[in-house]
Design a protein around this ligand. Structure first.
Ligand code: F6P
Length: 356
């Protein structure tokens, strides 16, 4: 069998651990298997590029951040658009899949990657997905790899920020990635003992946030740590479509609500407020032990599915089990924090302000 493997979309810690586990399991359990590493995600498949990987290529990468294969974003909306050469990106991928003689493609990636994988399945290619993202927003799986490492990083950053906030008696707004989902801000915020956590799923009242900050300060707190998910927005903007919100912000030269919020808090409460955008540090570096283990299990399970001829699925975590979800059931759907989530209840009961 000839198996292609690629990593697609925004990277995160643990991609190499999945490549390694999938590769080693395939080599150990499928006689005569060939593994083709496709560079730069679907970009490589569109260009028809791939190189045979051997066991040596998989050595020493378990704890390496990034991806040895490279990655790229290939927007779903453009996949079926016919280019100047008369062929769509999807058609190119299908043509190259066949030309390379692939029997299956292991596509490691997030929500966008799964949507594209479902298109390939529709066109008759055999695909097995593996759910990756620091956002933890893939539908149908309890957890995605890369998330826990990002939680660790964001938590550590907030711990550090708290010490300087204490020294200067400041309000600190820490902006955390997560796209449209609040998982990363919620989990790291609770782990770091943040005073307030603002997530996209619960649009917040600015005035109530200021009242909360003022009451914290008046009862003796020197610092106030506010974990702000990058997708968080004020209640007044909740009715607006995400694109409209982004346009309105772009006019103010801002991409998120955080800078505005710092100014607003200073103005309304009189307390010094600063912002810290964590950014890509949450995606880089060594995966934590939890993620290494998860990646190893996911990679091994993907290899199992390939060996069993169980194609057109993605590996998913359900409780402590690994299961297969059909790609078309996952594609285009997301997993968001709900008000009924146990973590929300936990945060509320600990007195963390959640925006309302
Ligand atoms: O999906 C992962 C993620 O890091 C999001 O949290 C963030 O919104 C986005 O990717 C950033 O994307 P890019 O790498 O294209 O800047």
């Amino acid at each position: 069998m000839k198996i292609g493997i690629l990593t697609s979309g925004g990277d995160c810690s643990g991609l190499n651990a999945v490549i390694r586990a999938a590769g080693i399991s395939l080599f150990n359990n499928l006689k005569g298997v060939q593994l083709v590493g496709i560079p730069d995600g679907y970009g490589g498949l569109i260009r028809g590029e791939g190189e045979l990987l051997g066991r040596d290529d998989l050595a020493g990468i378990l704890d390496k951040g990034g991806t040895v294969l490279g990655s790229s974003r290939q927007p779903f909306k453009q996949m079926e658009v016919v280019g100047d050469d008369g062929e769509s990106k999807l058609a190119k991928m299908v043509r190259n899949y066949k030309a390379m003689g692939l029997d299956c493609l292991i596509a490691i990636g997030g929500a966008g990657t799964h949507k594209n994988a479902a298109l390939l399945k529709r066109e008759g290619c055999n695909v097995v997905g593996v759910p990756k993202t620091i956002d933890n927003d893939i539908y149908g799986t309890d957890v995605t790899f890369g998330f826990q490492t990002a939680v660790e990083v964001a938590t550590d950053c907030m711990d550090r920020i708290r010490t300087t906030a204490e020294s200067h008696a400041r309000v600190m707004l820490v902006e955390i990635m997560g796209n449209k989902a609040g998982w990363l801000a919620l989990h790291s915020g609770i782990a770091a003992g943040a005073d307030a956590i603002l997530i996209p799923e619960i649009p917040f009242y600015e005035d109530r946030l200021c009242a909360f900050v003022a009451s914290k300060k008046s009862t003796g707190a020197r610092s106030v740590i506010i974990a702000v998910a990058e997708g968080a927005h004020i209640r007044a903007e909740a009715g607006l479509k995400r694109k409209k919100r982004s346009f309105a912000r772009a006019e103010l030269n801002e991409s998120t609500v955080t800078p505005h919020l710092a100014e607003y808090i200073e103005e309304k409460t009189g307390y010094a407020a600063r912002t810290s955008v964590l950014g890509y540090v949450q995606r880089g570096g060594t995966p934590c032990a939890y993620d290494r283990l998860l990646c190893t299990r996911l990679g091994e399970a993907a290899a199992d599915f390939v060996a069993e001829g169980r194609f057109g699925v993605t590996v998913a975590v359900k409780g402590n089990r690994l299961v297969a979800n059909e790609l078309e059931d996952v594609a285009g759907r997301y997993k968001y924090v709900t008000r009924g989530d146990r973590m929300i209840k936990c945060a509320k009961e600990l007195g963390i302000f959640l925006g309302e």
